[in-house]
Structure formats: C-alpha cells, structure tokens
Design a binder for this molecule. Structure first.
Ligand code: ATP
Length: 347
C-alpha cells in the first residue's frame, strides 16, 4: 500500500512552550485518519504543520515521498497538493454554490471544468442547490460545499479541522457519516482533527489519540475502546470507571464487584494493586441478582439509561440499562458483573 503522509519525529514549540512532542504517524492511500484529543493538546498545530502554515523544529514530514517540512525545508501550503476544510466553512458569500465549487478548479476550463463541477455537486448531493447562495442553504449543506470545493482539484491529502463543530448534534452525526461516504467514494486520503470521539469513530479508519502534544495510541476505534494503551486513554475514550483491585494471580483480580476472572497481562508479582477498567456494558442489570448496588445518578439517553451505581464496597461503577427498566435515584438494583475482557493498569 502506498504511503501518502509520513510524519516522522516532529516537534514544535511556540516560544518556550513545547506543543508537539516527537510525534510520528503515517497514512496509506485512501485511509481516513483522525487526531483525537482534548482542547489545547496540540491537534490543530499538528494539522497546521502538515499543511505548511507553520514550520517544525525537528523531524520531517513527507507527502507522497517528497519532504515538505524538515531541516531548513518548508514547502508552502499551495505547493503541497493538499485540500483543507475548516470549522467555519469559509465559503465566499457572494458566489453561488456552483461558483464556490468552481473556485477549487481555477486551473481547468471549458467542458472538463463543467463536467467536474457536475460530478462534485452530485457527490455532495447539491445539484438542486447549485444556483443558491451560501446564506440560502443549511450549515450541513454549506459544509458539503466546502468539502466539494476542497476535493475539486483532487488533492493528494485532505485535512479537516473540526469540520462539524459549528453544527447542531443531529446534523453532526448525519454529516459525519456522509463525509465518510464521500471521502471513501473518491478514495481520498484524509486527516481530520476533532475533540469529539463520536465524530472520530464515525468518520475514520484509524485514530491517533493526542495527549499533551504526544501521540499516545494509534489504532481503530474498536482498539482504542477495548484495548486502551493507558488509563488516560481508557478514561478519555468511552465511558467507564477504573475500579481499584488486587491482583491475586495471573487470572484473577479481586474488586468491589467480587473476583473477576479472565486472561490479562500484568507486569507485577501476585498480590499487587491495580485499576480495572469497567465499561457500562460490563454491568448487567438483573432484578433477580442478590448483588445490589445503589443508584447515585441516572442519565437518560433515549434507548438506554446510564446509572451511576455505588457498590457495597463504596466503589462506583456505571451500568448501561435499557430505558424500559426505570428505577429512581436512591433505590438499589440487582446487578451481575460480566467483564469478558479484563483490562488492568498499574497503580
Ligand atoms: P483546541 O481543540 O482547543 O483547538 P488543540 O488541541 O487544537 O486545541 P492547539 O490549537 O494546537 O490545540 O494549541 C496547542 C497549544 O499551543 C495551546 O496552548 C495554544 O495556546 C498554543 N498555540 C497554538 N498556536 C499558537 C501560536 N501561533 N502562538 C503561540 N501559541 C500557540
């Protein structure tokens, strides 16, 4: 598989504040990657150095094997064959949808141009809105115009910076699925930046988790959720708690949920303390169970409720329960722990 983007050991500081720290990643052709991390962790800076808006202090960035950033090298953004989509669409208000898309095609003319515009309008499902102006279409449609404009010159790499954050929640979910379909249809290699894990899961093939300027894990959404590389990733991705436990041997760990059994890796002698990752779906609600836990909080989510439960040990866990099972805060409910995959972290 051809590698389109290769970022090798890059670092970037602003003044004496290191913002990107020895970061490496690569993207194969047609892959959609995403950088996910909390506000201020350096995601946008990483995207900006890949785009060429900022230089780097150390390391190297290659796009299609050519060095675009490195020691004494800074190829300007317009020579990198990249496309960009920003949070605020940045459409030209006085140009129609069609002319906004055409703006991305300044280097071709005539029939070829008309054909490509037509293709792009079909791709983003805006044929009927071609003559409208940006203020006459919805936020989601505006972002699809921005996407079509960025894809028009067939960039080698598309960079998307928080592309859904100006939209309301429903539109965000819908548009993230649509954007994935559009990018896949064009086999576009793309890197998106977001602090929203649901968007990262919906759009990308691979996700890099950024903590304080460092890449702490790179993998599929499934891997991040089920095999988090650290307790920080476990806490940041998905819901759950880290329950204190005591490792009894290489198959058993004692916790406030009782003795949990399974296979796990733990680099210590038997008898050491550890935190065990418990996801809300690991706690099954069963009225017949004699193991009771007290409801401290309930969070209604439509089809499900997430209950915050206090165990007899006083530890707290979350439980994902169908919303047909309604119980009040302060009441106790029967639970059965079903932790199929035991993930432990050193204390
Ligand atoms: P957010 O999600 O809030 O946009 P982020 O993860 O994208 O955050 P960055 O925007 O990359 O983070 O910022 C990382 C750090 O670098 C912040 O502390 C920010 O203040 C600092 N920073 C970013 N750009 C500059 C700049 N041009 N000059 C000085 N400091 C900067």
């Amino acid at each position: 598989m051809k590698t389109v983007l290769e970022v090798k050991n890059i670092s970037k500081s602003f003044g004496n504040q290191p913002v990107v720290k020895n970061l490496s990643l690569s993207l194969d052709k047609g892959t959609i990657g995403c950088l996910l991390g909390p506000s201020g962790c350096g995601k946008t800076t990483i995207l900006r150095v890949i785009a060429g808006f900022e230089g780097i202090d150390a390391g190297e960035i290659r796009i299609n094997q050519s060095i675009v950033s490195g020691r004494h090298i800074l190829v300007p953004p317009e020579q990198r064959r990249i496309g960009m989509v920003f949070q605020d669409y940045a459409l030209f208000p006085h140009l129609s949808v069609k002319d906004n898309v055409a703006f991305g095609l300044r280097n071709i003319n005539g029939k070829k141009k008309e054909k490509r515009i037509d293709e792009l309008l079909h791709l983003v499902r805006l044929v009927d809105a071609a003559q409208k102006f940006p203020h006459e279409i919805s936020g989601g449609q505006q972002q699809r115009v921005a996407l079509a404009r960025a894809l028009a010159p067939e960039p080698d790499l598309l960079l998307l910076d928080e592309p859904f954050s100006s939209l309301d929640v429903t539109l965000r979910e819908q548009l993230s699925t649509e954007v994935r379909e559009i990018l896949k249809e064009q086999a576009t290699t793309a890197l998106m930046v977001t602090h929203n894990q649901h968007e990262a899961f919906a759009v990308s093939d691979e996700i890099g988790v950024i903590q304080d300027g460092k890449l702490v894990q790179w993998g599929t959404g499934h891997n991040l959720y089920h095999r988090p590389a650290s307790n920080w990733v476990a806490d940041f991705v998905g819901d759950g708690v880290l329950l204190p436990g005591l490792v009894l041997d290489d198959r058993r760990v004692e916790t406030g949920l009782g003795i949990l059994e399974g296979q796990f890796k733990y680099p210590c002698q038997n008898g050491c303390p550890a935190d065990v990752l418990i996801r809300p779906e690991d706690i099954i609600h069963d009225d017949a169970s004699s193991f009771k836990a007290k409801i401290l909080k309930k969070h209604f989510r439509g089809a499900n409720i997430i209950y915050t439960l206090q165990l007899p040990s006083k530890d707290v866990v979350l439980a994902l329960v169908p919303s047909t099972c309604q119980h009040d805060v302060g009441h106790s409910i029967g639970i059965i722990p079903k932790v199929d995959d035991i993930i432990l972290f050193e204390k």
